[in-house]
Design a protein around this ligand. Structure first.
Ligand SMILES: *[C@@H]1O[C@H](CO)[C@@H](O)[C@H](O)[C@H]1NC(C)=O
Ligand SMILES: *[C@@H]1O[C@H](CO)[C@@H](O)[C@H](O)[C@H]1NC(C)=O
Ligand SMILES: *[C@@H]1O[C@H](CO)[C@@H](O)[C@H](O)[C@H]1NC(C)=O
Length: 972
């Protein structure tokens, strides 16, 4: 609590930039320093490439990518894709988004845990710093086990921050070390050679030069230390090194100066690059530990290397929906069957039924047959005369689907839970998922069922439909209104969206409608360009190509396109892929309409709102919630799918008016741009990006392109900030999250404002929470109102479960809403920190010395693996190296512990084996064996181990040691 109030206080008193300690989080504008973002990205890309290389090798496929620091997400994903051809359409949006999530959560440590010494390895907190890492790694493994990859990534980014800071803040580099300090990721090993509290470590820097401030004795003895850091007090133990820098008061106290290597200008800035390179290797080592624990396939899912989209349906299951359900089934089966085994095979399937009074349960699976089975079991029954819990069902889907998914909602009824609208909008904005509604019965006046009282309340009024239209619009989806009999013609939009690498070129809604014309740029990378227009049946349009050829809506098939009409939807499929340049669509209608133009292309972009910490050298962190009306907004934009793109323009376009705000662009390297908009007026905006690509096509001409983000960006005059002082929550415990609500004018808190705000707090796990229902800004309170939300994780909550908490504040007039989003994960204290232990039982048979004879001989290796009497038990044993066969059996040991006996046998052509044993909390122990041909007489088994323990009860002795056994099978 105290720490958090300090952070709030600090945020007011200091520009937060001064508090950044550690490598710069995201950007290095001045000089050529390496940031946490660079370190994380390099490590993730290199480790991912290594995993793909090993998978390729095991399948006998080529893998030609050179693994070095020049890797890009595009190169890695292309090399990892099994077809690997450079020409195939491939979207790296998901991979880039996952990497961004990791570096944003990494950067957030400097905000959330700004003053915590153990999160930064300050003040010689090696034990507690290591605990932060190992508890975090256990939480990542637990999340992956539950397939909560989003939570896993979030925690992983955070853990990486602490690990990386070690190399900047300690004297590891100065000790001449050239490999990572592996003990930091191994909770069962002792941290050795730590400088004691009374051991002096530094002397004064001389004349501002800190090159030789570490005491020679310390270096000679190889003792480990780190700098002390405090922004308030200069107190530190006698003779200790400081972190250094303007904000570190301790560095002004003798011994003056510091030892950090955060950037090239730091006290030990000359070692900055060495520290950063070691931090990359250390991050890779941590990733490798997770990889072995969760397996290659899950590792790649954690890292976000999954190029296909998910198939996500939210289906009304009341009585009148049987035709719709049958159609949802038909179209999903069609997608599954036509894409099975291809790269476009959905990476997961999500199904959420709803009716009244129920909704859910949510079904999420990676197994297409499980999904088929679930959708087969859906039956339409009951209900029929009351509105349904549509938004509750949608809420479940939005929280479970990966970011930027497209969700299809099938219903023929109004939503009973319209009060969830603002919560759903907040979820849409924070997940950037697209919601498309397949509404039946809206138009079908002939088929309306009548109840004895007259018109059935299932019939949707304009305002009922408008709710769905508003949600579709905010997300970049569509509200498609068709009769039940023609639904099967409309579901082609679902098949369109499941194609690979779908991008949006342009999208607009006119409400109320008015005749208008719209232009969009077609570039050479686009394939299968499709336009969708929804609107009244009287709507007409005219399409004009870049060469001036026209086609009107009276020609359903013409020189430019062919189109079909079903319900309120016209789907226009362009004939040509390569007529680049500026196209025009003119729409004539005075009723509400929408236009959306999509295509398939590798070139796309991702963006995230970021918030400056202030100060001239300030950095940024991810901002969730709406940007402030009249204030400045910053975005980090990353172009995907091309290394040759130049972004020329990023614009916020008011979706209902002519207002456009141009951002100023600053390149921050490798396709990333920091875009700053000043004075964003109140409104709903869409983000449009224009650029030129010199290399994506075979033509050497510059190709202009445009893309548009799906999700609307709404501004708000309310500021909502909330910060948990911990991002983990233990099962059965309650955490308090203080939040602050303020009114702003032109992006600045209006400190004389007063008012009352309605507060709504939600979490996606239905955990118990308490929240004030309103907060009031009283006169004289500086324009701010505070409140506290508490959240309780049930005792039965599984470690690794993610919880997203949203705190919304709405003004009294109900005209403005803003919200804060907090991501927490359930993490039980891990008590089993020891790795499974390997004990070689025997190895038999010998291998001939001539490799030409190897195929006809076999060798065997038997080992006992145990997790000890207090361990969680061995969950899996896998072959890390060697292509023989492995069988395991379980027997009871002398002390009652379970022993997993591994029998490995292999042809003599493969003479090494490495087995990995993983216990239930993800600790990894390995076991190494080797068959060596030799001409010596007797067979000998040698164990090269770092302990000599063997036998049942000595496991207690050996429980904190990792035994790596090398067996040499010698020639008889
Ligand atoms: C170290 O520097 C401080 C501050 O400049 C000074 O007061 C102190 O005498 C110096 N100590 C030594 C041993 O030079
Ligand atoms: C990091 O690892 C790579 C490859 O494993 C190695 O070539 C490089 O020298 C290492 N870097 C440092 C700073 O130790
Ligand atoms: C375009 O769509 C057609 C049919 O829908 C499909 O066969 C083709 O593969 C698509 N093109 C690309 C580049 O995906």
């Amino acid at each position: 609590m105290a720490a958090r109030q300090t952070v709030m206080f600090l945020a007011v008193v200091f520009p937060l930039s001064g508090l950044i300690q550690g490598f710069q989080p995201l950007f290095s504008f001045h000089g050529k320093s390496t940031t946490h973002r660079d370190i994380t990205q390099r490590a993730v890309l290199r480790k991912t490439a290594e995993v793909c290389r090993d998978i390729a090798a095991s399948k006998g496929r080529d893998f030609s990518l050179t693994i070095d620091d020049s890797l890009s997400a595009d190169k890695v994903q292309r090399a990892c894709s099994s077809t690997g051809t450079s020409s195939s359409l491939l979207s790296t949006v998901r991979f880039q988004t996952s990497i961004a999530n990791m570096y944003f959560s990494n950067a957030a440590v400097d905000v959330v845990f700004a003053l915590s010494e153990e999160y930064h390895f300050d003040d010689e907190t090696f034990e507690r710093g290591r605990d932060v890492i190992t508890a975090g790694v256990a939480a990542v493994k637990a999340s992956v086990k539950l397939e909560n990859f989003v939570a896993g990534r979030w925690t992983l980014g955070r853990v990486c921050h602490t690990l990386q800071d070690f190399y900047s803040h300690s004297n590891w580099v100065e000790l001449g070390k050239t490999t990572p300090y592996s003990t930091l990721i191994k909770p069962d090993q002792l941290l050795e050679n730590l400088a004691g509290l009374s051991t002096p470590t530094c002397r004064n820097c001389t004349g501002g030069n800190c090159d030789n401030n570490l005491l020679p004795d310390l270096l000679q003895q190889g003792l480990l230390t780190s700098g002390y850091f405090n922004v308030f007090s200069s107190a530190k133990p006698a003779g200790k090194c400081s972190h250094g820098g303007t904000f570190d008061q301790t560095s002004r106290q003798e011994p003056v100066g510091g030892i950090n290597k955060d950037d090239v200008g730091s006290s030990h800035g000359s070692l900055h690059h060495k520290a950063a390179d070691l931090a990359v290797n250390a991050t890779m080592e941590l990733l490798e530990d997770i990889r072995v624990a969760v397996g290659d396939k899950n590792f790649l899912r954690l890292i976000g290397l999954s190029q296909s989209s998910v198939l996500c349906f939210v289906i009304d299951t009341t009585g009148s929906m049987s035709d719709d359900i049958a159609e949802a089934k038909r179209v999903s089966f069609n997608i599954i069957d036509s894409k099975r085994g291809t790269q476009q095979e959905p990476s997961a399937y999500i199904l959420v039924p709803f009716n009244d009074p129920g909704f859910g349960p949510l079904m999420i699976t990676t197994n297409a047959d499980v999904f088929k089975d679930s959708i087969n079991k859906l039956t339409a029954m009951g209900g029929g005369d009351i509105p349904e819990l549509c938004l509750s069902g949608l809420q479940l889907a939005l929280t479970a689907a990966p970011q930027s998914s497209e969700i299809f909602v099938f219903t023929d009824a109004p939503a009973k839970d319209a009060h969830l609208k603002s919560t759903i909008l907040a979820l849409i904005e924070s997940t950037k998922s697209v919601v498309t509604f397949m509404l039946t019965e809206v138009l079908a006046s002939r088929r309306r069922r009548r109840s004895p009282q007259g018109v059935s309340s299932r019939e949707m009024s304009q305002s009922d439909t408008q709710l769905y239209r508003d949600l579709a619009r905010a997300s970049g989806g569509q509200a498609i209104e068709v009769t039940k009999s023609s639904l099967s013609l409309a579901t082609v939009v679902i098949e369109d969206s499941s194609a690979s690498a779908v991008v949006t070129l342009f999208q607009v809604v006119r409400n109320p409608g008015r005749p208008d014309h719209f232009t969009f740029t077609v570039d050479g990378s686009l394939r299968n360009i499709t336009a969708y227009i929804t609107g009244a049946s009287s709507l007409t349009f005219n399409l004009t190509s870049s060469t001036g050829v026209s086609q009107s809506s009276s020609q359903s098939s013409g020189p430019l396109a062919s189109f079909t009409t079903v319900g309120n939807l016209r789907r226009i499929s362009l004939n040509t892929d390569n007529q680049t340049g500026s196209w025009k669509i003119s729409v004539d209608s005075n009723n509400l309409y929408s236009v959306k133009v999509t295509g398939q292309s590798s070139v796309n972009f991702i963006y995230n709102l970021v918030e400056a910490h202030g100060g001239a050298h300030g950095d940024f962190s991810l901002k969730e919630g709406r940007p402030l009306s009249g204030g400045n907004a910053s975005l980090l934009v990353t172009v995907t799918g091309s290394d040759t793109v130049n972004v020329t323009e990023v614009t916020l376009c008011d979706s209902s008016g002519p207002t456009e705000v141009n951002g100023s662009l600053q390149s921050v390297g490798s396709g990333n741009f920091l875009v700053t908009f000043s004075g964003v007026p109140a409104g709903d905006f869409v983000l449009r990006l224009r650029g030129e690509d010199s290399g994506s096509t075979s033509r050497s001409t510059l190709s202009s392109f445009q893309r548009q983000a799906s999700t609307q960006i709404k501004t708000s005059s309310i500021s909502v900030t909330a910060q948990a002082n911990n991002t983990n929550i233990e099962p059965g415990s309650t955490i308090s999250i203080p939040f602050t609500v303020a009114t702003t004018t032109n992006g600045v808190v209006n400190d004389s404002a007063t008012g009352t705000f309605t507060v709504r707090a939600n979490n996606d796990r239905s955990y118990t929470l308490t929240s004030p229902s309103r907060v009031t800004i009283a006169a004289g309170s500086g324009g701010k109102a505070n409140g506290t939300v508490t959240l309780t994780a049930p005792a039965s909550a599984a470690s690794g479960t993610d919880v997203t908490l949203t705190i919304e504040a709405e003004n009294a007039a109900a005209t403005d809403i803003n919200y804060a989003v907090l991501r927490l994960s359930v993490a039980a204290k891990v008590t089993d920190i020891t790795r499974p232990v390997c004990q070689v039982v025997s190895s038999s048979t010998s291998c001939p010395s001539s490799s030409s004879l190897c195929a006809s001989s076999q060798w065997k290796f038997i080992a006992n693996l145990t997790d000890g009497i207090n361990g969680t038990g061995i969950e899996s044993v896998t072959i890390r190296q060697g292509n023989g066969t492995l069988n395991t059996s379980t027997v009871a040991g002398a002390g009652g512990e379970n022993i997993t006996v591994a029998h490995y046998s292999s042809s003599c052509c493969s003479q090494n084996v490495e087995l990995a044993a993983v216990d239930r909390v993800g600790n990894v122990g390995t076991c190494v064996g080797q068959a060596r041909e030799s001409t010596t007489a007797a067979p000998t088994t040698t164990a090269a181990v770092n302990t000599t323990s063997t036998g049942g009860n000595t496991l207690i002795i050996s429980h904190c040691l990792w035994i790596s056994v090398v067996v040499s099978v010698l020639w008889k």
